[in-house]
Design a protein around this ligand. Structure first.
Ligand SMILES: Nc1ncnc2c1ncn2[C@@H]1O[C@H](COP(=O)(O)OP(=O)(O)OP(=O)(O)O)[C@@H](O)[C@H]1O
Ligand SMILES: [Mg+2]
Length: 266
């Protein structure tokens, strides 16, 4: 890491064991320059971490490496204390686009992740229960038979979240999952995300370039910047969960992050 992380001592959940622990990561695309270098990052159980940074700094690439979709050039990713070489069955991903299969009904889309070869085989009844619980959690009960083309953008993204939850993930990787949604739907989805991951006892690594989203959702915010990308600074978000009722604390943190973001931009 090129700069010391600050405020780490303030993190309330610091004592909890990590679900994800990455050390000394660097990554370069074939024939291209180094995207990021010297990155070490942990996500503790049930912790919501927002990875914030300007466009092109390497957030999505880092998320793909942390999720086991890409191998780092140097360093190691450990998931539940085991070296990670491919996406872990107790992890799940949500992207900007919901990526539902158009020929499958909602319930089958939500259950789809449970059919992956590396997902522990769930019994039929257990699988159906998981799917129903996930659909209920995101507020789509009654729409199980709908095809993706019959869903609004917000409903499709709820379905994508339900598909992730059905895997009962220890860690949910989310890459700008709400940035294609309108402001009201986005706010609803941010609140829903916090609610369901708390109920599911999942940790989250949320990539976003929206400072307000990071402050609203995260327990901890990590700022990435520079070329090659590195982790610049981090903040524990010690603001009670009804954060909109604490505008002064939110505004102060927002200003601090904005200043650091400007400083970190290449
Ligand atoms: N397949 C690729 N080959 C070469 N370079 C790539 C490839 N994919 C991404 N890059 C480069 O890697 C860098 C990091 O890209 P990445 O998508 O991780 O950034 P990001 O922080 O997620 O940006 P954004 O906020 O716009 O989504 C960029 O400079 C990008 O041009
Ligand atoms: Mg990106």
């Amino acid at each position: 890491m090129n700069a010391p992380l600050v405020d780490a001592a303030l993190t309330g959940v610091q004592a909890a064991e990590p679900v994800l622990d990455a050390r000394g990561l660097s990554f370069a695309h074939a024939g291209a320059g180094c995207v990021f270098d010297g990155i070490s990052l942990s996500v503790r159980r049930r912790e919501i971490v927002a990875l914030l940074g300007s466009s092109g700094c390497g957030k999505s690439t880092l998320l793909r490496v942390l999720a086991g979709l890409e191998r780092p050039a140097t360093g190691e990713v450990r998931f539940l204390d085991q070296p990670l070489t491919r996406p872990h069955p107790r992890s799940a991903l949500v992207f900007q686009q919901p990526s539902l299969l158009p020929w499958l009904r909602l319930a089958d889309n939500v259950g789809f992740g449970l059919d992956f070869a590396h997902q522990p085989r769930a019994g039929k009844a257990a699988r159906a229960a998981r799917v129903a619980a996930a659909i209920e959690a995101v507020g789509l009960s009654g729409r199980e038979g709908a095809y993706p083309a019959q869903l609004s953008g917000g409903m499709a993204q709820r379905a994508a979240l339900a598909r992730a939850l059905a895997r009962e993930p220890e860690l949910l990787f989310a890459d700008e999952p709400f940035s294609a949604l309108d402001a009201i739907t986005r706010a609803e989805m941010q609140a829903l995300l916090v609610d369901v991951v708390h109920r599911w006892h999942s940790a989250v690594l949320l990539v976003t370039h929206d400072i307000d989203e990071a402050i609203l959702v995260a327990d901890r915010i990590v700022l990435m910047g520079g070329r090659p990308g590195h982790l610049v600074q981090e903040w524990a978000v010690d603001i009670p969960r009804d954060r909109e009722d604490h505008p002064d604390a939110v505004a102060a943190l927002r200003l601090a992050i904005l200043a650091a973001l400007r400083h970190a931009s290449p």
